[in-house]
Design a protein around this ligand. Structure first.
Ligand SMILES: *Cc1c(COP(=O)(O)O)cnc(C)c1O
Length: 344
């Protein structure tokens, strides 16, 4: 049974890229496995220099971690001894779980807005002298919402004068304009900002656990103090290097995602199920105007072997479901199943 929603405690997990990892990455991984008895390249030098080159900065600004969760965890652990972390009540909560566990300050959630967007003004206003970090996920998960790049840039510059700013850009490559939507240039301008990126999503390497954090040399140096040695295995390093090189594969993956996400969004609107503008590899489906409730649609689909992610428990969002964009066959199966459900 294919799980299409992501996460949860199911033994079957979301596939983040239906094409899988790039074929050249798979080849490099098989070769690296043979060398499993050797320690990995501890400085992750080659991958770092590729990332540095693409973003026009020095390798000193980059930390490669086990998934971007690694970077988020180190950062939260480092700062949360000095103050609280502010995040919207809807976000990838690695920082809250890992970083604030032993913090005397904890985490402050920004209340959900009616349309589930992140209110940057409210977030800015909530910063005080005890704030160690504000976190923005852009595009956000599970809403799929992308913030206006200029507004986010203004917010980040302003907020970073008062506290550290973390921008989690896990889905950046899937947005309409990855360069424009990234806050990486602000770091080059010396702002107190960290950007987290990952190979888990569009590069299809979620299981390999590799991502990166990008910040001032001062921040990266501080994180290096707590980072364990050999934190990224060689198989993942090789896979990431080959994935970055395989631009054709990535653009094919992005195109597939955009094509089917748009198709599914339009298709679902026929049943008054609305969803976010396409900016990630999932859609958050809103059933408020639909004749079926999210829960009932979920159950009916499940009987047909398709599982979406309920947002009610974890995220506490009522009457919505998260749909991950699948392979061509999976998407067609979903369309047919939906047509059947609404025919009755
Ligand atoms: C998937 C995801 C990540 C990435 O996690 P990894 O540790 O890199 O696998 C980070 N933030 C958000 C919002 C995500 O959805």
């Amino acid at each position: 049974m294919a799980r299409r929603g992501g996460g949860g405690n199911s033994r079957e997990y979301t596939c983040e890229n239906p094409y899988g990892p790039s074929p050249t990455a798979i080849k490099a991984m098989s070769e690296a496995i043979e060398k499993g008895a050797y320690y990995a390249n501890a400085s992750v030098a080659k991958l770092k220099s590729m990332i540095a080159e693409r973003n026009g900065v020095s390798t000193d600004h980059i930390m490669i971690t086990s998934g971007s969760s690694g970077a988020l965890t180190y950062l939260a652990a480092a700062v949360s001894q000095h103050g609280h972390i502010i995040g919207p009540d809807l976000f990838w909560d690695t920082t809250s779980k890992m970083g604030t566990r032993n913090s005397p300050f904890g985490l402050k959630y920004l209340p959900k807005t009616e349309d589930l967007s992140i209110d940057l003004n409210k977030m800015y206003q909530s910063i005080n002298s005890e704030t160690a970090l504000v976190q923005v996920t852009n595009p956000n998960n599970p809403t799929g919402m992308l913030l206006d790049a200029d507004k986010l840039s203004d917010f980040s510059k302003k907020a970073s004068k008062k506290t550290m700013v973390l921008i989690d850009e896990a889905y950046n490559e899937l947005t309409d304009d990855p360069v424009k939507n990234s806050m990486l240039p602000l770091i080059k301008q010396g702002e107190n900002i960290v950007v987290a990126r990952t190979f888990s999503k569009i590069y299809g390497l979620s299981s390999l656990r590799i991502g990166w954090g990008y910040g001032s040399k001062k921040i990266i140096d501080a994180l290096n103090v707590i980072k364990p040695p050999f934190n990224v295995n060689e198989v993942a390093q090789k896979a990431a290097i080959e994935s970055l090189k395989d631009k054709k594969f990535i653009s094919r993956s992005v195109k597939h995602n955009y094509f089917y996400a748009t198709k599914l969004k339009d298709f679902l609107s026929n049943y008054d199920i609305s969803s976010n503008k396409v900016s990630a590899n999932f859609l958050l489906l809103n059933f408020n105007k639909c004749k079926l409730k999210a829960k009932s649609f979920y159950e009916k689909l499940k009987k047909k072997g398709i599982i979406l992610r309920s947002t009610e428990e974890g995220y506490k969002i009522k009457n919505m479901l998260r749909l991950t964009i699948g392979s061509k066959d999976e998407n067609i199966k979903f369309i047919k199943a939906t047509q059947n459900i609404f025919k009755k």
